[in-house]
Design a protein around this ligand. Structure first.
Ligand code: COA
Length: 187
């Protein structure tokens, strides 16, 4: 078992998953607004499976998609972290940074704050050479986070193999950030 990495930002604690996270995680995964840019909302079983997957990766590797908790109230707000995508993507192998927050916490800069912390872990503690991020091209909220943390948009989009052919969500944009770029700008 790897050494557990957890970290704090100004307002958040990024930590391993707890069983009490599952109810609020299922609530956000069933919210059509949160899941607008995913092929489908998740039912409780699928949400729990995703939490288990994230929890297992953190237990085995020490890092992954952490549960994000507000320091001020201890409320679970969602998940943010760095992981290795299960899908075989045109730029695999890669490490991906990603985020998903409950709608009531949007627009407060929390995803950007957590993502900056996760990038720091990825580049400083894990010494990853590059971190990528991707989303369906119309997900401008998520793209704004990618841009605010200093990621650079790649020239080409790609078809995400996990999204059904013919779906308007299948075309994804890709953002990349190398360790050298991060060191030189530290966004
Ligand atoms: C994407 C997500 C994590 C952003 O969370 P957040 O905490 O609101 O993000 P932040 O507040 O840090 O930043 C959001 C930025 O997007 C901007 N934004 C919001 N709506 C936007 C839009 N339609 N177009 C462009 N930018 C937009 C905000 O203005 C903000 O930028 P600012 O701080 O410069 O004003 C959140 O919306 C979410 O969980 N969405 C559903 C899940 C998802 O799509 N995950 C990503 C899949 S790859």
């Amino acid at each position: 078992m790897a050494k557990l990495i957890e970290f704090e930002t100004e307002r958040l604690h990024l930590r391993r998953w707890r069983s009490m996270d599952r109810v609020p995680f299922a609530a956000l995964n069933s919210d059509p607004a949160v899941m607008e840019y995913f092929p489908a909302a998740l039912d409780r079983a699928a949400s729990d499976a995703l939490a288990t997957h994230a929890e297992t990766a953190i237990t085995e590797n020490g890092w992954g998609f952490w549960a994000a908790q507000l320091k001020s109230s201890s409320e679970f707000v969602g998940c943010v972290g760095v992981g290795v995508p299960a899908a075989d993507l045109p730029f695999s192998p890669c490490a991906e940074i990603a985020w998903r927050l409950a709608q009531e916490y949007w627009g407060k800069g929390l995803a950007t704050e957590a993502a900056r912390g996760a990038l720091r872990i990825g580049f400083e503690s894990l010494a990853l050479p590059e971190i990528v991020s991707f989303t369906t091209v119309r997900n401008h909220r998520s793209r704004a986070v990618m841009e605010k943390i200093g990621m650079r948009e790649a020239d080409e989009t790609f078809e995400h193999p996990g999204v059904p052919e013919g779906s308007a969500l299948r075309e994804h944009c890709l953002y990349r950030l190398t360790r050298e770029q991060w060191i030189s700008c530290d966004a």
